[in-house]
Design a protein around this ligand. Structure first.
Ligand code: SF4
Length: 369
């Protein structure tokens, strides 16, 4: 197990939102206590948990709750979170919904180590909602290029434009109303930026939470209806609900992996699944999530998304690159008579997705959208 011991306490997110005192920690469970103690010692130090990147130059940035705040999809009077307790910046915690959203979208289907340099560059280039909203789409795609699943870049810009126009959503439901924001992301951004006890459930939270709270060795999405209330109960007794969820992420990544490292686990004494793993009576399923159905052309080494990424990178480097020259440059094994239709179909999909323009066989990144 990697050791990331540090001398000071890792406390990166806002304390629980009290909503004027209506919502208070009621009980600290052994799981919560052990998990946070371990997280403070061993949790990963990730840039979206430190808040050191941020430039205050963008007037719509909302480091302390935001000048723009939206209630129920309606633009509301600007509010200050100080009315309900210390702002995140006063408390020294990360609570910038923009930075959190960027990290969450980048982390979709992408490993943490791979995301970190892209995240840092992105925040340098687009430090807040306005900078991203006003950027040329070509620049947005260029900055994302190499991270994959490039439609995420334009989706993020669409969210930034909605926020600049209507304000930062004040609720989980408000986030979900934005195009491209799913239930997990809405819950994660709400929790990590405000400390409200929303419950984001992804593969990692399902695995570690399902084992710790339900005793299920390999929890499936079909069991989320039982997992959510159990997570709600865990968070209800926590003074630091956002850190508790981050701790679950880290536990799932570092210890409670698909094949769990129970003998070295800090939660071993409190985990109802541990005896089942220790007894050896649990078979690790060959595959606990459905196999990806990525599009792949016959005979090609990679799925199409790799070649699509190469097309975008070349179009970003050479504006107006000729479609007829593209094949061998994205694939050394390109055979025109066999692969031209495949290449053209990929280009057409990129154009349909708004990621590319094709003007009489000359390809460029879009200048406007
Ligand atoms: S004891 Fe094993 S199953 Fe339980 S949380 Fe730790 S690693 Fe996961």
């Amino acid at each position: 197990m990697p050791s990331l011991t540090r001398p000071t306490r890792l406390r990166t997110h806002p304390p629980a939102a009290t909503d004027g005192g209506a919502e208070r920690p009621v009980r600290v469970s052994p799981v919560s206590r052990l998990l946070l103690a371990w997280y403070d010692r061993e949790g990963r130090r990730l840039p979206w948990r430190s808040g050191t990147h941020h430039s205050p130059a963008d007037p719509t940035d909302t480091m302390s709750g935001g000048p723009l705040c939206r209630q129920g999809g309606r633009r509301a009077t600007p509010v200050s979170r100080t009315a309900k307790g210390p702002t995140a910046s006063e408390a020294g915690f990360v609570a910038d919904p923009y930075a959190i959203l960027v990290s969450e979208i980048m982390l979709q289907q992408t490993q943490v180590d791979r995301v970190i340099p892209f995240y840092r560059r992105w925040l340098e280039r687009f430090p807040g909602w306005t900078a991203l909203a006003e950027a040329p789409p070509a620049e947005v795609i260029r900055q994302w290029s190499g991270l994959g699943y490039n439609r995420r870049a334009l989706m993020l810009q669409g969210v930034a434009r909605a926020v600049v126009r209507d304000g930062v959503p004040a609720t989980e439901e408000g986030w979900r109303a934005l195009k491209g924001i799913g239930p997990y992301t809405a819950a994660a951004v709400t929790l990590f930026s405000t400390g409200r006890r929303t419950v984001p459930v992804d593969t990692n939270i399902r695995r570690a939470g399902g084992r710790l709270l339900l005793g299920e060795p390999f929890p499936l999405p079909a069991g989320d209806d039982r997992l959510r209330p159990a997570l709600q109960r865990l968070l209800a007794g926590a003074a630091r609900p956002a850190d508790l969820v981050q701790a679950l992420f880290d536990l799932a990544s570092l210890v409670c992996r698909k094949t769990p490292l129970c003998p070295g686990c800090p939660l071993r004494a409190a985990c109802p699944a541990e005896p089942r793993f220790r007894s050896g009576g649990v078979a690790v399923p060959r595959r606990s999530v459905p196999r990806s159905n990525e599009r792949r052309h016959a005979g090609k080494t990679h799925p199409d998304r790799i070649y699509r990424g190469r097309i975008l990178r070349l179009a970003g480097e050479e504006e107006g690159i000729a479609l007829r020259d593209l094949g061998p440059r994205i694939d050394p094994g390109f055979v025109p008579v066999r692969d031209n239709a495949w290449l053209k179909a990929m280009v057409d999909r990129l154009v349909d997705d708004g990621l590319l323009t094709n003007h009489r066989g000359r390809l460029s990144l879009p200048r406007t959208s």
